[in-house]
Unconditional design. Structure first.
Length: 251
């Protein structure tokens, strides 16, 4: 799959979580998310237990809380939506700090917020302890459709190339005295976006022709086969199994 490179979300380390095969961690996170979603929203203590389980994983993986907090910014749209639901929701109203809020909206907002937060934390822990290339190889081991894996692989590989191309175009504009301060500069930005699309498309065509000339037949060769033994599966699945036990008590 080519040479690996660290992503901004990946935190290099040698913890027991880092050493687990990617397919084990991916399946564990997926199963954990299903258990969290299936938990009744009224079981506050169950969500607290899930958070403690994730905290234990983060401690084992040596991922600090500040690292998780910075990367949870991606959840802000969900947070804003969750806080907006009680305001615009219908049904019975209750007064909270002088505000009239919808009671069904409060429950719906809480449901979205807590489950999304736990899912995001689990995903961040997965990304922080697994290299992107290993995640793609793990997806292959889990029998994810090959086409989807290849699309994700090329996106990962060439995202940095496209971002670097954007940076060079930005430097070129600024070297000619361009400053995007008013709405009148929008046509320039639009033309730059069009030029970037054309360049990316042409680069993709050249890469595809180069791959065909090297024998590409629709499937990427697997350079390193990563298998998992029963012990590794058991360690990885300890998280969703513990969460499932909590759900069993909650129900």
């Amino acid at each position: 799959m080519g040479a690996g490179h660290h992503h901004q979300l990946y935190r290099p380390g040698d913890s027991p979580v880092h050493r687990l095969p990617a397919q084990c961690k991916m399946l564990a996170v997926f199963a954990f998310a299903i258990v969290v979603v299936a938990t009744p929203r009224e079981r506050f203590w169950a969500f607290a237990a899930y958070a403690l389980l994730l905290a234990a994983v983060a401690f084992t993986a040596r991922v600090p809380f500040a690292y998780l907090a910075r990367r949870m910014v991606i959840e802000l749209p969900f947070v804003a939506f969750a806080f907006l639901i009680p305001v615009i929701g219908m049904g019975e109203r209750v007064s909270v700090l002088g505000l009239s809020l919808s009671l069904p909206g409060l429950w719906a907002g809480w449901n979205i917020l807590v489950k999304a937060t736990l899912g995001v934390i689990a995903s961040i822990l997965l990304a922080a302890t697994t290299e992107p290339r290993a995640i793609l190889m793990g997806a292959q081991r889990l029998r994810v459709p090959s086409l989807l894996v290849q699309i994700a692989m090329f996106m990962l590989r060439y995202m940095d190339v496209i971002v670097d191309e954007m940076r060079r175009m930005k430097v070129a504009r600024e070297s000619r005295g361009f400053e995007a301060r008013t709405m009148r500069q929008i046509p320039v930005i639009a033309r730059s976006a069009g030029a970037l699309f054309i360049r990316s498309y042409e680069r993709g065509e050249r890469v595809h022709l180069a791959m065909l000339s090297r024998g590409y037949s629709g499937e990427m060769p697997v350079i390193q086969e990563i298998s998992a033994n029963r012990r590794q599966w058991g360690i990885a699945l300890a998280l969703p199994v513990a969460a499932l036990a909590v759900l069993g008590v909650a129900l």
